[in-house]
Design a protein around this ligand. Structure first.
Ligand code: ADP
Length: 306
């Protein structure tokens, strides 16, 4: 399949503790979540991912095939494992424990990248997590960005700041360098505040535009999204829903936004569509299961307008 959107990052098997103490397996990882959300909105999307030659890797490949996500750039490493994380629920709320050091994705190097395939897409989507997992992975993401730009593809970047993975000073340095090579910036407000040391959403949008992005979609949680281009800016309201779990709302936003932006080319329209997709995704538990499909998103938008 020729893909328009390529998502590059680490897929992670999730084990989420249930009320009886047992762990329920699921699929996570921001790039995979974004790819699935985009596929459910009709985008031609592929994963650039590195998995272990293990059962968890098989499970991701079969998930992506079922979701219509292209897997031709997925590579399996017999010497490394697929990344895993556990969510446990204690007196202090959710706790995340990661088993990702040495994972197949963290071992990716710049020379492992499929040069021609990266140059053939319309948008390459990467994140701060894709860069945080190891210095090789950070280098590989910079190389993928350079390859995409050299071939005329656009780069989309979500900082997805995770201070468990790297200290703020390093995250800032790497993410700012990447943002200066980014066309479509998709930061969340809390992350951007920490990274830039700015409070105000408009000031944050200004900074990312100054760094070179042509489109900034700054997500504001239950307050929706601020979309800014060098010519225009607008706050796009969130849709009121009974939110029960905002896991992957940002990833769902990214995937739906990129799918709609690829289809129509208008970032303001794409943000409204993506706000609806992300709102619907907060109504169910987990990352992948509650991500809506295009038909449901469009029906919801009609309901909200009518
Ligand atoms: P992140 O998790 O990346 O910080 P946000 O929390 O900003 O992302 O959420 C992403 C998008 O999800 C928002 O722009 C909004 O459209 C939607 N969203 C998040 N929380 C809610 C909510 N409680 N009600 C409706 N929409 C929401």
């Amino acid at each position: 399949m020729t893909v328009d959107l390529l998502c590059f990052g680490e897929p992670l098997l999730e084990f989420n503790q249930q009320s009886d103490g047992r762990y329920l397996a699921g699929h996570g990882g921001d790039a995979s979540n974004c790819a699935i959300a985009a596929a459910r909105s009709g985008a031609r999307v592929g994963m650039l991912a590195h998995l272990g030659a293990d059962a968890f890797g098989d499970s991701f490949e079969s998930l992506w095939r079922d979701e219509g996500v292209d897997t031709s750039l997925v590579r399996r490493n017999p010497e490394a494992h697929t990344g895993v994380y556990f969510v446990s629920h204690g007196t202090q709320g959710h706790q995340f424990s990661y088993l990702r050091a040495g994972s197949a994705s963290s071992r990716v190097r710049p020379r492992d990248l499929p040069v021609d395939a990266i140059g053939a897409v319309r948008i390459l989507h990467v994140s701060g997590i894709s860069q945080a997992i190891s210095s090789d992975a950070a280098d590989a993401v910079f190389e993928a960005i350079a390859l995409a730009r050299a071939a005329g593809a656009r780069v989309s970047y979500d900082p997805n700041l995770r201070l468990k993975l790297w200290p703020l000073a390093r995250a800032r340095a790497v993410i700012h360098a990447a943002m200066s090579m980014t066309d479509i910036a998709l930061p969340g407000l809390d992350d951007a505040r920490q990274l830039l040391g700015l409070e105000d959403a408009d000031a944050i949008a200004d900074r990312y535009l100054e760094m070179g992005a042509g489109v900034v979609a700054l997500t504001l949680g239950a307050d929706g999204t601020l979309v800014a281009t060098p010519e225009r800016r607008q706050r796009i309201g969130a849709f009121p829903v009974q939110a029960v779990d905002a896991t992957a709302a940002g990833d769902t936003f990214d995937g739906a936004f990129l799918a709609e932006y690829l289809a129509g080319g208008d970032p303001f329209v794409a943000a409204r569509y993506a706000n609806a997709a992300a709102a619907l995704s907060t109504q169910g538990y987990g990352a992948v299961a509650p991500m809506p499909r295009r038909a449901a998103i469009e029906a919801f938008l009609r309901e909200c307008t009518g």
